[in-house]
Design a protein. Structure first.
Length: 134
């Protein structure tokens, strides 16, 4: 059967709108977008970031964090997506996985061709993570 990507985008856009008021409904919409377009990394990244932001991220919870799993899947589907790498890197850092996060952020900066604004944000975050030069 043919996948109608417009339907997937409809559900992804709906998830984005719902994410501000009803994260559970947003997650359902993103999952529907994934079912309709299972090879589109953007839907996995959106769901992963939503789950990451709505979970109580602690280093202990990092192992069972479904947000990280969805973000990793997004990066597997689109290895050079700057957005997917940026979100995965930030999520790893927030979950206490600093080394993993730095690797993702450095990969994004070096290999993914981020736009100028994202490039600046990557450099700022990496500089903070690396700490003062000694």
């Amino acid at each position: 059967t043919a996948v109608n990507p417009l339907s997937a985008y409809h559900w992804s856009a709906r998830g984005y709108m719902q994410s501000l008021m009803d994260p559970a409904a947003a997650a359902t919409s993103y999952r529907r977008a994934i079912r309709l377009s299972p090879r589109d990394a953007r839907h996995y990244a959106s769901l992963g970031w939503l789950l990451q932001k709505s979970s109580h991220s602690t280093p202990d919870a990092a192992e069972k964090n479904p947000g990280l799993d969805y973000l990793r899947r997004a990066c597997a589907l689109d290895r050079y997506s700057a957005r997917c790498r940026w979100l995965l890197g930030k999520a790893c850092v927030e979950a206490g996985r600093i080394d993993d996060g730095m690797r993702q952020l450095e990969f994004c900066l070096d290999r993914c061709r981020p736009d100028p604004d994202l490039r600046k944000a990557l450099r700022r975050l990496l500089a903070r993570l690396r700490g003062p030069k000694g």
